[in-house]
Design a protein around this ligand. Structure first.
Ligand code: DOR
Ligand code: ZN
Length: 346
């Protein structure tokens, strides 16, 4: 049995770092394992301009503990008023690596997102010319659509028409949760990829709701039925180059999670890699873990893979911390519900 596994240092292609005290607390948890991350712009207020992205990047680097290396790859929050020239200039400088599309109201801090998709045509056309990827939160927000169907409906109603109207637009379907999403990406050609989270490879909707409600498993898009989890697992472990890791690690304090109207998000930064090693090993696909966490993402984003490596070691199950303390209150770490045999060596 494999006892150690050395991989090129992974990247996280979808991460929430927040700001202020929360940023200071969660950043080391990502920087410990990941070299780079696509940093989500859903702050309050959102990061909508190149100037705001530059300032946020600076705050991230200032919060990084001495001796840790980490490169934040910045994104802009797309609104109906986004200036195509601001986006193009930020991309040219290498400051911004993607633009994030939130349908208005889809998730945490998405009120400034897009309602009228015709208003973003000029930005999307500019992005298609420059090759800058559009990261998409792929759910409709229509109250009449059942929450478990919102991703599949989004593909047909929004994403497919949008891509047909903007040939050459490069799209990342973020945190894909359905078999329909996996098929859409697999059949969608070279300009579309998907990120998959660690938690969506582990839980289905029963884990959230059967035998008691588990707020720490509530995230958006919400986990679907088991057949969908199986489709995600197949895609992640297949080695297919257009599927890669985006943890969507999304810290909220326990007070915000354990409330009558609790926030969406799973905090997986500390244990995403041990969880993935376990999941890939069970699937007989440990040899494809490096493609998923370290190679496929950079290839799609047209960046070189990391030169450094990390080593995972197999041993007796070691539980990491159940929560981390922040100045805003404790944040619970995602519990996969099974023992973790793999740890990242220091
Ligand atoms: O569960 C989620 N949490 N999904 C998102 O799309 C946003 C994120 C957050 O920012 O908390
Ligand atoms: Zn997210």
């Amino acid at each position: 049995m494999t006892e150690t596994l050395t991989l090129r240092r992974p990247d996280d292609w979808h991460l929430h770092l927040r700001d202020g005290a929360m940023l200071a607390a969660v950043l080391p948890e990502s920087a410990r394992h990941f070299a780079r991350a696509i940093v989500m712009p859903n702050l309050v207020p959102p990061v909508t301009t190149a100037a705001q992205a530059a300032a946020y990047r600076r705050r991230i680097l200032d919060a990084l503990p001495e001796g840790m290396a980490f490169e934040p790859l910045m994104t802009l929050y797309l609104t109906e008023d986004t200036d195509p020239e601001d986006v193009a200039a930020a991309a040219r400088e290498g400051l911004v690596r993607a633009v994030k599309l939130y349908p208005a109201g889809a998730t945490t801090n998405s009120a400034s997102g897009v309602r009228d998709f015709s208003r973003i045509r000029p930005v999307l056309e500019r992005m298609a010319e420059t090759g800058l990827p559009l990261c998409v939160h792929g759910e409709v927000t229509d109250e009449e659509v059942d929450i478990f169907d919102r991703e599949a409906v989004f593909l047909a109603r929004v994403l497919d028409p949008l891509r047909r109207a903007t040939p050459g637009l490069r799209v990342v379907l973020e945190h894909v949760t359905t078999a329909e999403g996996v098929d859409y990406v697999r059949d969608g050609g070279k300009d579309i990829a998907a990120t998959i989270t660690a938690h969506h490879l582990v839980i289905n909707r029963n884990h959230i709701l059967a035998g008691g409600i588990r707020p720490h498993y509530y995230c958006l898009p919400v986990a679907k039925r088991e057949t969908h989890r199986a489709a995600l697992l197949e895609a992640a472990t297949s080695g297919h180059p257009r599927f890669f890791l985006g943890t969507d690690s999304a810290p909220h304090t326990d007070a915000a999670k354990l409330a009558p109207c609790g926030c969406a998000g799973c905090f997986t930064a500390p244990n995403a890699l041990p969880i993935l090693a376990e999941v890939f090993e069970r699937a007989g696909a440990l040899d494809r873990l490096e493609a998923f966490v370290s190679l496929n993402g950079p290839a799609f984003y047209r960046l070189p893979p990391n030169e450094e490596t990390i080593t995972l070691r197999r041993g007796t199950p070691a539980a990491g911390p159940a929560r981390i303390d922040t100045a805003e209150g404790p944040v619970t770490v995602f519990d996969p519900g099974f023992p973790l045999h793999w740890s990242v060596t220091p």
